[in-house]
Ligand binder design. Structure first.
Ligand code: UGA
Length: 432
């Protein structure tokens, strides 16, 4: 069975490499020519632990290749995973135009039975549209099926998540499509859940929205903790000991970011609106998340009063550790707010500085440092925005000596309050 991957972004690239590792013959294609050229040279377009090693391994083995030619990729493969982007539009809905244009190209190049698998996160009912478009545009009367196989990988552990999945969701409407997909994922047969297509599409949106809801919930509780003597870390621990609640995604902080949660929560609200279902609960989840940055900057103001002319070090720019991705990163909103107040910023991230330079260019007010120690030199405050392990093991004594004022505002609760205060820091964190 030959597999084509249309769209080699985050999900597509990891899927291509992951399916090759499962032993399949895979061809990836993308409309951005440089991505294909780089991929064929074994260069991954993103930083993701383990990705480049597997990419090189399967290019060498010959069961993974990348092509500029979409038509040829379609006609030479039997199963097509569609992983093109579905960006957020102004009204919160997902822009499905890339999925539509790919569906037309598949229709025009249909030359045998094909299984078209939705891998991108798409609104429920998308498969009906893909089917309709293929029927409208197909030139030859070949059979085809559409299926949904949502991806649950997390940035920073994407390869591991793909190769050690907790679940494989397969949404199908024919036995043939079910058999093909269960064969592709044979290695994980004990974890496969077969559903109809609408259900599979909804499982993805519902999962991401639920996780986002957990985060906004604990962030709201952290507000309550700050008004009382409660400690949000222990509240989360105590709640998480109940297996019905679970301990994951109860980490209070500066809010969720990335290319998925903010977009998917809003998309699900819009899907609800279109279908006449009130999903106001999720509007609140979004609202609580947006308010996190202001609350964090308020802490900076509480410590420094006037930000104009102050030197502030910001450690952590990626939206989460182990990635260079800054899409919807809370750091961007924090930096823009501090800039508008006239602060001078010293930024550092282990992986995301090149990406951030495109959004926040270097200037006399914005300096990118080579190390956390260089970033904090002579600063009036240090902000932690992303919980990279590197920051957990900093020599805080040295940091204190380098700073003009030892003020530490920790947006991810990575330090123990008593310890940093004992070292002489004025320390602010979230919900404790
Ligand atoms: C998320 C989902 O976790 C994946 O299952 C899904 O496949 C993916 O979206 C997607 O739809 O493609 P991802 O966005 O890579 O994955 O990252 P997460 O680890 O889920 O973190 C999302 C955000 O929530 C980050 O900004 C993180 O800092 C924040 N977060 C996470 C918290 O603030 N608190 C927590 O307890 C957990």
């Amino acid at each position: 069975m030959k597999i084509g991957i249309i769209g080699t972004g985050y999900v597509g690239m990891v899927t291509a490499v992951g399916l090759a590792e499962l032993g399949h013959n895979v061809t990836g294609t993308d409309i951005v020519p440089e991505k294909i050229d780089k991929a064929n040279q074994g260069i991954a377009p993103i930083y993701e632990p383990g990705l480049e090693e597997l990419l090189k391994k399967h290019l060498k083995a010959g069961n993974l290749t990348f092509s500029h030619d979409l038509d040829c990729t379609i006609s030479s493969t039997d199963v097509l995973f569609v992983s093109v982007n579905t960006p957020q539009q102004e009204d919160g809905s997902a822009d499905m135009s890339f999925v539509e244009s790919v569906s037309r190209r598949i229709a025009e190049n249909l030359n045998n039975y094909k299984l078209i698998v939705e891998k991108s996160t798409v609104p429920v009912k998308t498969s009906s549209w893909i089917k309709r478009i293929i029927c409208l545009y197909k030139k030859q009367d070949y059979e085809f099926d559409v299926a949904s196989n949502p991806e649950f990988l997390r940035e920073g552990s994407a390869v591991k998540d793909f190769l050690e999945p907790e679940r494989i969701i397969i949404g199908v409407e024919t036995d043939k499509a079910r058999d093909i997909l269960t064969k592709i994922y044979k290695k994980f047969q004990d974890r496969i859940l077969v559903t109809n297509i609408d259900t599979a599409e909804l499982i993805k949106h519902a999962s991401n929205s639920f996780l986002a809801m957990k985060i906004s919930f604990i962030n709201l509780i952290s507000d309550l903790c700050e008004k009382t003597d409660a400690d949000v870390e222990l509240v989360a621990k105590g709640m998480g000991l109940d297996t019905r609640i679970g301990k994951q995604f109860l980490k209070a902080g500066i809010g969720y970011g990335g290319s998925c949660f903010p977009k998917d929560v809003r998309a699900l609200v819009k899907i609800g609106e279109d279908l006449g279902v009130d999903l106001n609960l999720l509007k609140e989840v979004d609202k609580v998340n947006i308010s996190r940055v202001k609350k964090f900057v308020d802490k900076v103001k509480k410590a420094l009063w006037i930000l104009k002319g102050k030197k502030i070090a910001v450690l952590g720019l990626a939206f989460k550790p182990e990635t260079d991705d800054i899409r919807n990163a809370p750091s961007i909103s924090v930096i823009h707010t501090l800039q508008s107040e006239g602060a001078q910023l010293f930024l550092y991230d282990p992986k995301a500085m090149d990406n951030m330079k495109r959004v926040v260019p270097e200037s006399d007010k914005v300096v990118y440092a080579e190390s956390p120690y260089e970033a904090v030199k002579d600063t009036n405050a240090l902000l932690i925005i992303t919980e990279w392990d590197e920051f957990r093991c900093l020599d805080l004594k040295k940091i204190k000596e380098l700073m003009a004022n030892p003020i530490l505002i920790d947006g991810r609760n990575i330090y123990a309050p008593e310890e940093v205060r004992k070292l002489g820091f004025e320390y602010y964190s979230i919900g404790r």
